[in-house]
Design a protein around this ligand. Structure first.
Ligand SMILES: Cc1ncc(COP(=O)(O)O)c(C=O)c1O
Length: 381
C-alpha cells in the first residue's frame, strides 16, 4: 500500500483512541462517566427536528454550495442580534456540513504547497483539525504555543514568521481551554493580519456557549481579510446533523464558494431547513447554556474542594484542569479512566508539550451523573 505520506505522518485522531478505551470499559460492564468527546446529550429541540421531514421533497435533488436563502438569512439575523453586525446573506454567508469540514478545507484557499510562504499558524493546544487541514493541504503547520492564561497573542509572533504566513487560526472561546479573547485582543490580531496580508480565520463554534459575558466576535471588529466559522453543534444540540456557517469578507467568501464547488461541499437542504429554525431562535440556546452552566458549577465546586486547579475555562463546553502534583495529564487521565471517568489528556490537543500538564473535561454528562462522577473521583483524592 503506497499511502499519501502526509496522511501517513498524521497521528491517529484523538477521539478515536478515547472512544476505544471507553468502549472497552462499557464492554466490561463498568460504569462510565464520559467527559471525553464534546458531544452533548441534551435533545435537539423538537421545533428544530420537526423541520426536517417536511423539507424532504419526493425527489431530493442536489443541494447547492450556496444553499437556500432561508438559512443564510436566519444566520445573518442571529449575527445581527448576537454581535450587532450586518452581513449580506447573498455574498457573505455560506452553509457548511458542520464546522469541522469548513476548518479542514479552509487552508486549500490560500496554500500553495510549492511556495516558501505557506505557513499556517494555529493555537496549541488547539482543535487538531487546524494542524491536520494544514498538513494535508501542503502547508507548513506552525503551532503557537499557549501557556499561563492560554490566550493566543498573535502580536507576539516574530516578523520573520509572519512574513511567510498565509493564514492564522484563532479560536475564541477556545477548545480545549475555554480561554476567551477580548475585543481589544481581536483588534490587535486583525491589525497584525492586515499588516502582513494574512487571512485571519476565526473559529467561533462556541460563540453561544458562555457563562458570564457573551464573548465578542472578530466580525464585530472587522470583516476585511476575515473568515469566521460558526456551528450549531453545541448551540442547538445538532452534532449529528453536521451543520455550520461560514461568514466574512465578501471577496474571500466568493473565492471560498468557488473552491467548495470542487468537492461539492453542500449541506442537504433538509438540514439547512432545520438550521434556519435553529439560528432563528435564541431561547433554546439560552436554555442549553443554563444546563451547561449547572454542570460546570457542580464540577467546579468539586474541583475547588479537591484542590485541583481549573485554568482559563471562561467559556466553551470544557473545563481545563491542571493535573495534581506527581502526575502528567496523561497519567492522571489514565488514573481517572481506571475508575470509569473519561477525560482527555491535554496532550491529545497539542503538537508541542503545551497540554502535557492538563486534562480536559467536556460538559457532557447530566447534572446527576456529574454529581455521581464527583463522588467516584473523591475516592482517589
Ligand atoms: C474548536 C472547534 N472547532 C470546530 C469544531 C467542529 O465542530 P462541528 O463540526 O461539530 O461544527 C469543534 C468540535 O468540537 C471544535 O472544538
Amino acid at each position: 500500500m503506497r499511502l499519501n505520506p502526509r496522511l501517513a505522518a498524521l497521528p491517529i485522531y484523538p477521539t478515536v483512541v478515547l472512544d476505544r478505551k471507553r468502549d472497552a470499559l462499557l464492554a466490561a460492564g463498568k460504569p462510565v462517566y464520559d467527559f471525553g468527546t464534546g458531544d452533548p446529550t441534551e435533545p435537539t429541540p423538537a421545533f428544530i427536528r420537526a423541520k426536517v421531514e417536511p423539507a424532504i421533497p419526493e425527489n431530493c435533488r442536489y443541494p447547492t454550495v450556496l444553499g437556500g436563502a432561508d438559512v443564510r438569512r436566519a444566520f445573518a439575523g442571529w449575527a445581527e442580534r448576537r454581535f450587532g453586525v450586518a452581513l449580506d446573506p447573498a455574498t457573505q454567508v455560506l452553509p457548511s456540513s458542520g464546522s469541522k469540514e469548513a476548518v479542514f478545507h479552509l487552508p486549500l484557499l490560500v496554500i500553495d504547497p510549492e511556495a516558501a510562504d505557506r505557513a499556517v499558524v494555529f493555537p496549541d493546544p488547539g482543535y487538531s483539525v487546524y494542524y491536520r487541514g494544514t498538513v494535508l493541504a501542503g502547508g507548513e503547520p506552525v503551532p503557537q504555543r499557549l501557556s499561563g492564561d492560554f490566550k493566543q497573542r498573535v502580536w507576539e509572533l516574530p516578523p520573520e514568521l509572519l512574513r511567510r504566513t498565509r493564514m492564522i487560526w484563532i479560536n475564541s472561546p477556545h477548545n480545549p481551554t475555554g480561554a476567551v479573547l477580548s475585543r481589544e485582543d481581536l483588534r490587535r490580531t486583525w491589525e497584525v493580519c492586515r499588516e502582513y496580508d494574512i487571512l485571519l480565520a476565526s473559529d467561533e463554534c462556541y460563540a453561544d456557549t458562555w457563562f458570564s459575558e457573551p464573548p465578542p466576535s472578530i466580525l464585530e471588529v472587522a470583516q476585511e481579510g476575515v473568515i469566521a466559522i460558526f456551528s450549531l453543534s453545541k448551540r442547538s444540540g445538532m452534532t449529528g446533523y453536521r451543520t455550520g456557517m461560514i461568514a466574512g469578507d465578501r471577496a474571500w467568501m466568493q473565492k471560498l464558494r468557488e473552491l467548495r464547488t470542487n468537492p461539492g461541499l453542500a449541506p442537504q437542504d433538509f438540514v439547512n431547513a432545520a438550521a434556519a429554525a435553529a439560528w432563528g431562535d435564541d431561547a433554546h440556546a439560552d436554555e442549553r447554556r443554563h444546563i451547561f452552566a449547572a454542570k460546570r458549577e457542580v464540577l467546579r465546586a468539586f474541583l475547588a474542594e479537591a484542590g485541583l486547579e481549573v485554568v482559563a475555562s471562561e467559556a466553551s463546553f470544557y473545563l481545563w484542569v491542571r493535573a495534581p502534583k506527581g502526575h502528567t495529564g496523561q497519567s492522571y487521565a489514565e488514573k481517572l479512566l481506571d475508575i470509569g471517568i473519561v477525560t482527555n489528556p491535554g496532550s491529545a490537543f497539542a503538537v508541542t508539550s503545551s497540554g502535557d500538564d492538563y486534562v480536559r473535561l467536556a460538559l457532557v454528562p447530566d447534572v446527576p451523573t456529574c454529581r455521581a462522577a464527583c463522588e467516584v473521583w473523591r475516592s482517589i483524592l
